[in-house]
Design a protein. Sequence first.
Length: 163
Amino acid sequence: MYIHIFVFEILLTQMELEKEIQQTNFKSQKHKAVLNILFTASWLGCQQQRFLKEHDISPQQYNVLRILRGQKGNPITVNGIQERMIDRSSNASRLIDKLKEKKLTERVICENDRRQVDIVITKLGLELLKEIDIEMEDEENTFGKITIKEAEELNRILDKLRG
């Protein structure tokens, strides 16, 4: 009985992409995997956007703030931020300007090269990230549906795909 329920659950899980995009036939399992990755990335992006909207920042702005926090108080150039962004097609200068308007970042003139402007996160920016981190833990429970081992395997496969 339990085996039948488990197999039924697996079949239901396997049908999720098919239901979501209303397509049952794929050229191959690799083609389906590509679509599944794209669909899931979009789904995760929408979840993150909805969550961050409550904090009046976009996912791209959140990414910039996390990069700046990772600098541990050291300034970084706009180009340095752009190189580390998840969505590298984003306009980092515009994102930084919006974060500056919200008093979450500051522009600092580089002592060595006055033409260069460095960016740092403000205390307010760090406080916002701390607040988001606490709430994000609950949001990441979406991944509670998979085990740590499954997450490790997923990371290994995704790294292999890009490698």
